[in-house]
Design a protein around this ligand. Sequence first.
Ligand SMILES: *[C@@H]1O[C@H](CO)[C@@H](O)[C@H](O)[C@H]1NC(C)=O
Ligand SMILES: *[C@@H]1O[C@H](CO)[C@@H](O)[C@H](O)[C@H]1NC(C)=O
Length: 143
Amino acid sequence: MLSAVFATLVAATAIAVHAQSGVANCDREYTVQENDFCDKISAAQNVSTFQLAEVNKAVIDPLCDNLHEGEVICLGVEGQDCTTVHVIAEGEFCFEIAGNAGISLDTLLANNPNVNSDCSNIGVGEVLCTANVTIPYTPSTAA
Ligand SMILES: *[C@@H]1O[C@H](CO)[C@@H](O)[C@H](O)[C@H]1NC(C)=O
Ligand SMILES: *[C@@H]1O[C@H](CO)[C@@H](O)[C@H](O)[C@H]1NC(C)=O
C-alpha cells in the first residue's frame, strides 16, 4: 500500500518536472506567440475560455494581460481536457450553440462554469466547450 502511494508520488513528480508549463499531468502544452491573447489561443488551439483560465490560474491573471511571448502554458490536464469547442459569433446564444453541437443546455453549462445560468454573460470570441459528455473538472479550490 505504502509503496503504491510512493510510486504514485514519484510518477507525479516526474511528470511535473518534465512539464515545461509546471502544470502536473498536462495533456497539451503551448508556447505563447507574439500578440497572443487568451481567446485567440483558445480559438486556435481548441480549448475553452474557462479551461485555459482554470488550468493556468497560477500564472495567467484574470484579465489575461500578463502573457509573455515564449512562455509555456498548459492547455488541458489529462482526463479533464475538453477539445471540442465553439467560438462564439455575433448574435449567438447558449441555446442554439448547444443545439448546433447536438448537446443539452445543461451539458453546455456544466462544461463552461464561467457562463451564468441564463447565459447572459457570454461574449463574441469567447470559446465554449461543446463536448457531449461532462468533463470531470476538479472543483476549484480558489476563492
Ligand atoms: C481544432 O479542431 C478542429 C475541428 O475539430 C480541427 O480541424 C483542428 O485541427 C483542431 N486544431 C488543433 C490545433 O487541435
Ligand atoms: C460524442 O462525441 C464523440 C466525438 O465528438 C463522438 O464520437 C460520439 O459518437 C458522441 N457521442 C454521442 C452520444 O453523441
